[in-house]
Ligand binder design. Structure first.
Ligand SMILES: [Zn+2]
Length: 262
């Protein structure tokens, strides 16, 4: 296929021939490599220098045989942050779960498990974003109806945690802290309720990272692993249920009393 050949040649010239998504199913890209791809892609996007690769017929032909995405992303449904665009990735590169407030409830966790356990992505990113309406609604105690209360329930512990940690902040000032706490809350819920995720991370086959996308600058700020990851991995699973308020402060406090890891 000429188109594909030309693309490969162009990529080779650009020094990008080793992109994991183009190198075939045999190579499983590791988490470092996947993270690097996302960081480079987001830098291109923020500068307006997107390559927009792997969105052509050749890529559709290639991926029709099966998908081998490099990352599983759990992010918000907000129209301003489609992951393939903000990370400048192509078809078949990003296995995505999108839900208001990037919460990790039963269906989201099941979908993440499909991405990391069945499709074997070595990286899972929980991506929150600035000015998230779902988090803002919880911070401001907005009245919600229909099925939305059951959704925002997942965000409540994060807001409570941010409020406990920053009692000095006004409601508006609290929103960025709550957005960050909500990313870590989703990661905590993922670890707490998914034995498969805990196992894969424990075996070094998966890395779970938090990040926040800035809807104005277009830049992704990486938050790293959950600060309480070690404790979450050893903590064992809980029955799936709505997060209780006590759930909230777990990751804000030292994992084990007397286990001095400062
Ligand atoms: Zn949002």
């Amino acid at each position: 296929m000429r188109g594909k050949y030309n693309l490969m040649r162009w990529l080779a010239l650009a020094g990008l021939a080793a992109l994991p998504a183009l190198s075939g199913a045999a190579e499983v890209p590791n988490a470092d490599r996947a993270l690097e791809e996302l960081q480079k892609g987001n830098a291109r996007f923020a500068k307006g220098k997107m390559l927009q690769l792997r969105r052509d017929q050749a890529r559709r032909d290639e991926t029709a045989e099966g998908q081998h995405p490099l990352v599983t992303v759990l992010t918000c449904s907000d129209s301003r942050l489609p992951p393939e665009i903000v990370f400048d990735q192509g078809l078949g590169d990003v296995f995505t779960v999108r839900v208001a407030g990037n919460v990790a409830d039963v269906d989201e966790i099941g979908t993440v498990e499909y991405g990391v356990g069945h499709l074997h992505t070595p990286l899972c990113v929980v991506l929150g974003h600035t000015a998230c309406g779902a988090v803002t609604a919880v911070v401001k105690g907005a009245e919600v109806h229909g099925s939305i209360p059951a959704l925002v329930d997942n965000i409540v512990p994060a807001v409570e945690s941010a409020r406990l940690e920053h009692p000095e902040l006004s409601e508006d000032q609290l929103i960025p802290a709550a957005i960050e706490a909500n990313v870590f809350q989703a990661i905590e819920d993922l670890f707490t309720h998914s034995e498969e995720v805990r196992q894969l991370v424990g075996e070094g086959k998966l890395r779970v990272l938090g990040a926040v996308y800035d809807i104005q600058s277009g830049k992704v700020r990486w938050l790293g692993v959950h600060p309480g990851q070690a404790a979450l991995l050893s903590g064992g699973g809980k029955a799936r249920g709505k997060a209780e308020p006590a759930h909230t402060t777990e990751h804000a406090e030292p994992a084990e009393p007397g286990h001095g890891g400062h």
